[in-house]
Design a protein around this ligand. Structure first.
Ligand SMILES: Nc1ncnc2c1ncn2[C@@H]1O[C@H](COP(=O)(O)OP(=O)(O)OP(=O)(O)O)[C@@H](O)[C@H]1O
Ligand SMILES: [Mg+2]
Length: 446
């Protein structure tokens, strides 16, 4: 049976919209993140028309939409009719059947081949939709199109959507549903490699070892992730080369605008502009420490691109020679180094869900005069703080105690003015018994 997890919040938002119909909703997000599936779950038991646009011309998409409507509603006459615009077709649908959901999936493709479909949609939303009981859902993945053309201030449709639903990665605590046979440690590795992107999580076969999955899904000649970087970049950018070079530089540790500009020989202002766009698309993010306004560094936040640049690119020369086993050897040897970086972010996400409810609404790294605390949760109202140090390693009891004491001292120095509520060490595992205030992967519930 196909599993479906998480997404309560998103389904509720759609449900609210349905209750207030007529309404117009935009569902958007990166490729493979689960937009179509979310909408399909919502459609269960409701009268609907579901349409999937293609990279074909306007007339052809209209004809195929008419045929989808005809099949869904038993409105056979539509099949022999010709339409010249989306608003005319939708107007007829609304006249025939008022109380229903109409979904236009991959709408970004349609916009790309026929930009005028946007103003046709706008005309329908403004003039006809208010007099119907229709819920109109537009779904799309190409961020540039969705964000620039549909959701940004200058676009004609901006402000008309009642709900804008950005579909994000699944909560990491659901990873176990996709790989129940794996240990919590391997689930952390899976999270590092594939993030909460359901399309990839579904491809993993947990009867095989992690190593075999890395080979089959990432490195083998037809492995789906091997070409994913080009696919994602080509969908979003015309100038693929520059973005590719910038992301590659970030993964290699050239992670500030000036370092990137220097290593690539590019103008700094131009790099800043590209980084701004990458940030808008949720591909990179700026790490800004607490108590500071200046970004420390840029990091790749898209999980699949992050894995591609950190895992695939360094062994690309071997893959091009089809030396897959040699590449696999290297990847597996370095894997835990990579996981270590992502583990901290995972711990932050999981703990923030807990502490935000207790008033600790700010989170970040603290950096001061060469000293760092990995994660600090702050309660700005009551001036309380929780300090956390994260280590992706197996430690001994004594070592854990030592680390905790070090953290306590650091916290007093770096967080003066705050009551330190708690100091915590999160590690992969502790040999022998575990001191209090030490968490292992198994305590995280992943
Ligand atoms: N919440 C979920 N629980 C379990 N599986 C899911 C979930 N969401 C999506 N999936 C599965 O992940 C895969 C990708 O999802 P889906 O096709 O909905 O993504 P999408 O965002 O529409 O992708 P694209 O941008 O490529 O159209 C599908 O096989 C889907 O069944
Ligand atoms: Mg889809």
């Amino acid at each position: 049976m196909e599993i479906f997890v998480d997404r309560e919040r998103e389904l509720e938002a759609l449900e609210r919209c349905w209750l207030e119909r007529p309404c117009f909703v935009v569902v958007y997000g990166r490729r493979r993140i689960g937009k179509t599936r979310l909408v399909k779950e919502f459609l269960k038991g409701r009268k609907h028309v579901y349409f999937f646009a293609q990279l074909t011309n306007h007339r052809d998409n209209l004809r195929r939409l008419a045929s989808a409507v005809a099949d869904a509603l038993g409105f056979e006459e539509l099949k022999s009719m010709e339409f010249e615009s989306l608003d005319k077709l939708l107007t007829l649908v609304a006249r025939f059947e008022k109380d229903l959901v109409v979904v236009l999936d991959e709408f970004s493709y349609w916009v790309r081949v026929a930009p005028r479909v946007l103003s046709e949609l706008q005309l329908f939303v403004d003039e006809v939709l208010p007099n119907t009981k229709m819920m109109l859902v537009v779904v799309g993945s190409v961020y540039t199109v969705m964000v620039k053309e549909i959701l940004s201030g200058g676009s004609p449709l901006y402000g008309r959507a009642k709900a804008k639903l950005l579909v994000k990665e699944l909560d990491p605590l659901y990873i176990k549903e996709f790989v129940p046979r794996y240990s919590p440690e391997d689930r952390v590795r899976i999270y590092a490699l594939f993030g909460g992107v359901p399309y990839y999580l579904r491809l993993i076969d947990d009867r095989k070892s992690l190593r075999e999955n890395v080979k089959d899904l990432i490195l083998a000649p037809y492995a789906p992730l091997r070409y994913e970087k080009d696919f994602v970049l080509r969908e979003e950018f015309r100038d693929v080369h520059t973005y590719n070079a910038i992301l590659s530089a970030i993964a290699k540790g050239f992670d500030t605008p000036s370092r990137i500009a220097d290593v690539l020989g590019l103008d700094r202002g131009y790099v800043a502009k590209c980084l701004y766009i990458l940030e808008e698309l949720n591909i990179v993010s700026r790490e800004v420490p607490l108590f500071s306004r200046r970004a420390l560094r840029y990091v790749i936040s898209d999980p699949i691109l992050r894995t591609w640049y950190n895992i695939v690119e360094p062994v690309l020369h071997l893959l091009e020679l089809e030396l897959v086993d040699e590449a696999l050897e290297i990847v597996m040897r370095r894997l835990d180094n990579y996981v270590a970086k992502v583990f901290e972010e995972l711990v932050r996400r999981i703990l923030f869900q807990i502490y935000a409810k207790q008033g600790f609404t700010e989170v970040g790294r603290v950096v001061h005069r060469g000293e760092e605390i990995d994660i600090v949760f702050l309660d700005p109202e009551r001036r309380r703080a929780i300090a956390v140090e994260v280590k992706w390693s197996d430690v001994k009891y004594e070592e854990a105690l030592r680390e905790l004491r070090k953290l306590q001292n650091k916290a007093f120095r770096l967080l003066s003015g705050y009551t330190i509520e708690k100091t915590m060490l999160v590690v992969r595992s502790v040999e022998d018994s575990k001191p209090s205030d030490v968490l292992t992967v198994r305590d995280l519930g992943i």
